[in-house]
Design a protein around this ligand. Structure first.
Ligand SMILES: *Cc1c(COP(=O)(O)O)cnc(C)c1O
Length: 384
């Protein structure tokens, strides 16, 4: 199917068009086996030995994701965290890495604690400023520049091409957490990224029913082999049922993301004019700082994630989240159901997240219903 130059949307819908060769089933089987038969000559002609290294149920999800991102290879992991941390564990103690101040909070915590204790020299920068990345990078010493764009939970934007150029001039790799952009909107490898990471828990799966992660490499080289070895040795592989659910979810990635982008854009514009909202953070608003860079590296929309800052401060923000009926108060993002979250209270001390901020993950409900539900919650919170 790939030879015929079908679009990424068509490849995703049919999961590369693979048909089970034995049964002709249009949906693949789940392979439960943990081990594989050895040949009489002591070899493994199937190429498979033991399921901590891989599983045939991964193949279709990995091939589809690689095709969507435009890289030769993908690896699925047990979580977004295990995919991201593999990129840092592939380095050596003493190596210098440059990472954003505003990023997924759990990875930021891991970098500040485990990775630092393990010996990585971790430097946090304002990654929405290319000059700040350039000033932090040390030629020959920095081994990895990590960015997340748009970045949780303020959706600040990093110029991927500029970051790739800075990293490569210093002899470092560029890793991009592209969870929020998805391959529908941004293909970081086209802008020079060496590794693309996804929390596949979010948009790729899209149904809030698995935890999964993925990496896509720009090259199938020794570094890629190291990432595969780390997954096999740590055993951070995806369960076979989860891999199957991920593949099922990815078939509807394009229509889900397209719908969420249009709803989020409309909500952002309507909320920007709301009397109880002081600021809307969304890359699709022309007034947003990262809008111009987003236009360069996002195609087809600006994503389904936005944040609103509430005029009444932290108390009004928490009260607003308490008064919604359709939006669900929960962490996570990228599912079909819309979620609302008071982010500062979950991130805890040291968070760069303002206390008056509510994070919104726009799902596939009717966008008028979503606005009306927020509107009544904002008005009631104001009267509380
Ligand atoms: C959720 C998330 C992660 C972590 O992924 P898990 O699947 O929860 O381990 C990393 N980065 C971003 C941007 C996320 O939203």
């Amino acid at each position: 199917m790939t030879d015929r130059k079908f679009t990424a949307a068509s490849l995703a819908a049919q999961a590369m068009g693979w048909i089970d060769p034995v049964t002709k089933a249009v949906v693949p089987p789940i392979h439960m086996a943990s081990t594989y038969l050895r040949d009489e000559d002591n070899g493994y002609s199937s190429g498979r030995i033991y399921a901590r290294a891989d599983n045939p149920t991964f193949d279709q999800a990995e091939a589809t994701l690689a095709a969507l991102e435009g890289g030769p290879k993908a690896l699925v992991f047990s979580s977004g965290m295990s995919a991201a941390t593999a990129c840092f564990l592939a380095l050596a103690p003493g190596d210098h890495v440059v990472v954003p101040k505003v990023m997924y909070w759990s990875l930021r915590n891991w970098l500040a604690t485990f990775a630092t204790h393990w010996g990585l020299k971790v430097e946090f920068v304002d990654a929405d400023r290319t000059d700040a990345i350039a000033a932090a990078v040390r030629p020959g010493v920095t081994k990895l520049v990590w960015i997340e764009t748009p970045a949780n939970p303020t959706w600040s934007v990093t110029d991927i091409a500029a970051a790739a150029d800075i990293a490569h001039r210093a002899g470092a790799l560029l890793g991009v957490d592209s969870t929020v952009a998805t391959p529908v909107l941004t293909r970081p490898i086209e802008f020079g990224a060496d590794i693309v990471m996804h929390s596949a828990t979010k948009y790729l799966n899209g149904h809030s029913d698995i935890i999964a992660g993925a990496l896509v490499g720009a090259r199938d080289d020794a570094h890629w082999a190291k990432l595969r070895t780390i997954r096999a040795q740590l055993g951070t592989i995806l369960g076979q049922t989860e891999a199957w659910l991920l593949m099922r979810g990815m078939r509807t990635l394009f229509p889900r993301v397209d719908w969420a982008c249009r709803s989020a854009q409309s909500l952002a514009e309507r909320l920007a004019a709301h009397p109880m909202v002081s600021e809307v953070l969304y890359p699709g608003l022309p007034s947003f700082a990262g809008h111009a860079v987003s236009r360069k590296q996002m195609t087809g929309g600006f994503g389904g994630m936005l944040s609103v800052r509430i005029k009444g401060g932290e108390r009004a923000a928490i009260a607003t989240a308490a008064r919604v009926a359709l939006w669900k108060r929960a962490t996570s993002l990228g599912g079909v159901e819309s979620l609302i979250e008071h982010r500062a209270s979950i991130e805890g001390p040291g968070t760069p997240c303002p206390p008056d901020l509510l994070r919104l993950s726009v799902g596939v409900e009717d966008s008028g219903d979503l606005f009306d539900d927020l509107d009544q919650a904002l008005r009631r919170a104001d009267n509380a």
